[in-house]
Design a protein around this ligand. Structure first.
Ligand SMILES: Cc1ncc(COP(=O)(O)O)c(C=O)c1O
Length: 436
């Protein structure tokens, strides 16, 4: 019997779990699949994505922004697995890409070129060429030199010029980890507002390219909805200036970056809260289409990472729980000090018996997946699960220490299918020119 109600009264925060999380016989299940059974079949570490949560997040985001007539894209950097991109394509999202590799992923996942736009602060000629050749929705140009190169590439090939947007360095400093902040002065991204005039009258005027959009992305894990309203107002002003100077500016993107909750202490920002802030500034500007490109908010809560416990060390009341994954599949705690939660899925209804650090298997002291989390009793051989593992983990994963990368399954209606197979020993040596 599925004890769905018990989850609401369990000590674990339900808001960190996928929508299909239930309790069966005292253990956590996702989409009707027992986590223990999944790891028996597919091994550990294992990433489990819940298809229904992905679809619901996409639908909720579209519902929030559709009344504004906005273009809604998924920022593919958050998770580029093809089957996840396909889910978002089916739900009607466009795709934001940041390299030729992500561009290729978008095409393989079935997106039309007109559904793709390309970012990047240092794109190669090859990337600009490919995007121009495909005729994507927009190339978001980061700087004058890039605009110049793009002009040469576009005209050298005698192609119709690509559609170009300008990434702007808005003077807005979002409250978030400094490594997640991508606007404000001294940011490496975008054109500073004081340089815009020179760019428009110089390179842009000579380039023969149509600048038909403006773009900003303030950063990631932003919890203040009001800053998106301020970004919208600033972008609209700049778009108006572009229009007055003869550039056919029709789209303004406020980027993505709204916050998700990783631990019980965090509060997520709902897409409707962001939409509410940008609705008013855009309401009076029918000539300008808003655009958004969230990544994390669409995928983070949809996935759990499952690890097998190798050992439990005790220092007084404190436990150090070592698991068979870590910074190889999730470098975020080491990179940004990100605070995750952890759960023992087979003891989901049990109260914590004290705090523990869940540490990884990699040869780095910074390889700590979750610190100071209340855990029930847990022993070697049991499963530990890290919720909210769907964003920027697999896309940043490495084979550090020559450890193969984890398998990824997608679950739906009691069935699981592998969408990324487990890395193998051979995978580790595929790039060696003398593997033996
Ligand atoms: C240009 C751009 N757009 C969108 C995003 C997505 O941000 P998030 O995943 O926090 O929503 C990023 C993330 O780095 C980005 O650089």
């Amino acid at each position: 019997m599925i004890e769905s109600l018990q989850l609401e009264t369990s000590p674990i925060p339900i808001g960190l779990l996928p929508d299909t999380a239930r309790v069966n016989g005292g253990s956590l299940t996702i989409a009707g699949c027992s986590l223990e059974d999944l790891t028996t079949e597919f091994g550990t570490p294992l990433y489990v994505y819940d298809e229904m949560t992905l679809r619901r997040e996409a639908q909720q985001t579209l519902r929030a922004f559709s009344p504004l007539g906005a273009r809604v894209s998924f920022a593919g950097k958050a998770c580029g697995a093809l089957d996840i991109l396909r889910v978002f394509r089916e739900e009607g999202l466009d795709l934001d890409v940041v390299s030729a590799g992500e561009l290729e992923a978008g095409i393989r996942a079935g997106f039309l070129p007109s559904q793709l736009h390309l970012h990047g602060n240092c794109k190669s000629d090859e990337e600009l060429n490919r995007a121009t050749h495909l005729g994507i929705h927009a190339i978001v140009v980061d700087n004058c030199e890039e605009l110049q190169r793009l002009s040469t590439i576009a005209h050298g090939g005698r192609r119709t010029g690509p559609s170009v947007q300008v990434r702007l360095q808005l003077p807005l400093e979002a409250e978030t980890h400094p490594h997640l902040r991508t606007a404000g002065c001294r940011s490496k991204f975008g054109v500073a507002l004081e340089d815009l005039d020179e760019m428009l009258s110089g390179t842009a005027a000579r380039s023969g390219l149509q600048i038909n959009g403006v773009h900003a992305h303030l950063g990631s894990q932003i919890g203040d909805a009001a800053i998106y309203g301020r970004a919208a107002s600033q972008l609209i002003e700049i778009a108006r200036t572009l229009k007055e100077r003869g550039f056919p500016c029709r789209e303004a993107s406020i980027g993505g970056g709204w916050r998700v909750a990783y631990s019980p202490r965090d509060r997520a920002l709902a897409p409707s809260e962001v939409a509410q802030e940008v609705r008013l500034p855009f309401a009076k500007e029918q000539w300008l289409r808003p655009a958004v490109e969230p990544g994390r908010a669409l995928v983070a809560r949809a996935a759990l990472a499952l690890y097998r416990v190798g050992s439990v060390k005790r220092y007084g009341r404190r436990r150090i729980v070592a698991v068979d994954g870590g910074m190889g599949d999730n470098p975020r705690p080491a990179l940004y000090g990100s605070a995750y939660h952890a759960i023992v899925p087979a003891r989901i209804l049990e109260e914590p018996v004290g705090e523990a650090d869940v540490v990884g298997r990699y040869c780095e002291s910074g390889d700590v997946l979750a610190s100071d989390v209340g855990l029930p009793p847990v022993a070697a051989g049991e499963l530990v699960c890290v919720p909210v593992s769907g964003a920027y983990q697999l896309s940043m994963a490495s084979s550090y220490n020559l450890v193969p990368q984890p398998a990824v399954v997608m679950v739906r209606d009691g069935n699981a299918r592998v969408i990324l197979r487990r890395g193998t020993m051979n995978d580790l040596f595929t790039r060696e020119t003398s593997p033996r």
